[in-house]
Ligand binder design. Structure first.
Ligand SMILES: [Zn+2]
Length: 335
């Protein structure tokens, strides 16, 4: 598994057919990020490309999206949904936490899961009422989406009794929170070579048609192999909760393809766990060292740009990604 890929700035965090069992959304594939969010990312993407478009730089841009050590906890709030539903989301998403990583979520207490309060500083803002299943990637959640906007959406979950949420709905929670932590799609891992495995004609015709109606660009963002120098890599893992599952005829070798997943992966895999531990080591010094290294490299690239170029970004990216206050000293918000 690889954390890389410039294309993933626009990574729309989606999971195909994840809502099987949900009468409301069962037939519909997810949409990508809302268009206005994509536009912001595109502008940033274009400006960075002008600064430095090398493979190495792309890897650094990608690393910048990881939450820094100034976020010992990631605060999560909900725009809607009952406390019972919020509890399910909190419980399932918290499966990403482990002893060998330093990811810790703060959803508020059970039964008192936080509502989004526009004045407060929340890293992951969950909605159940937008279209599709998606999440911004890592810190993009606070940089490219405002506090009054969701950063992660789980369409239609409010219409299901929380105790009846299917295992696919649970896997969607795991998948989208994986994106919120900064993980890309596993089928886009360069180590997997899935680009050569897909029957692209079939993929395009299926996803471009109703009810999905994905433009080619959206399909490419979500399925094409990521590029950029690898910064953190584990080998291709077809058991990853971050891989798409399609019918066999979506692959040139059918069911024999190494990228074909017979049944949707519903659990966080061993490979996923290895990756998240590399991204967020439990050892505080390691996490800080890697953050500082990324910062120095990013800053060096940023300084290469003249005012005109960096102005295209509309904000100071070094400050935004590396100098934000985080959650280190700020008290957690109470409902
Ligand atoms: Zn996704």
């Amino acid at each position: 598994m690889t954390v890389t890929g410039f294309s993933k700035w626009i990574a729309v965090a989606v999971l195909a057919a994840a809502m099987a069992g949900n009468a409301v959304a069962a037939e519909k594939q997810p949409d990508g990020l809302p268009v206005e969010h994509v536009k912001r990312l595109m502008q940033y993407h274009d400006a960075l490309q002008k600064l430095d478009d090398s493979e190495q730089a792309r890897g650094i841009y990608r690393s910048a999206t990881l939450w820094g050590p100034n976020y010992p906890k990631l605060r999560v709030c909900f725009f809607d949904g009952s406390q019972a539903l919020r509890d399910v989301v909190a419980k399932v998403a918290s499966e990403w936490e482990a002893e060998n990583n330093s990811i810790r979520f703060d959803f508020g207490k059970p039964g008192k899961r936080r509502s989004c309060n526009l004045d407060s500083d929340m890293q992951i803002r969950v909605s159940f009422s937008k279209e599709g299943y998606w999440s911004h990637i890592g810190q993009n959640s606070v940089i490219f989406a405002a506090q009054n906007e969701p950063s992660l959406n789980l369409e239609g979950f409010m219409d299901i009794a929380p105790s009846n949420l299917s295992k696919y709905a649970h896997s969607t929670i795991r998948h989208e929170f994986g994106h919120a932590l900064g993980i890309d799609h596993e089928h886009q891992n360069p180590a997997g070579g899935c680009d050569n495995e897909y029957n692209w004609k079939r993929v395009y015709s299926y996803l471009q048609g109703p009810p999905n109606n994905w433009p080619k660009e959206t399909i490419d963002w979500n399925l094409r192999q990521a590029s950029g120098e690898d910064i953190q890599t584990t080998k291709f893992d077809r058991k990853s909760v971050m891989i798409y599952q399609f019918p066999a005829d979506f692959y040139r070798k059918g069911a024999k393809s190494k990228c074909f997943v017979p049944d949707k992966n519903t659990r966080i895999s061993g490979g996923d766990r290895t990756l998240i531990a590399i991204m967020y080591p439990s050892d505080a010094a390691s996490r800080l060292a890697s953050f500082k290294e990324t910062r120095a490299k990013f800053e060096a690239i940023w300084k290469k740009g003249d005012k005109k170029t960096t102005k295209g970004v509309m904000f100071d990216a070094v400050k935004a990604f590396f100098d934000n206050p985080g959650t280190k000293d700020a008290p957690a918000q109470e409902d």
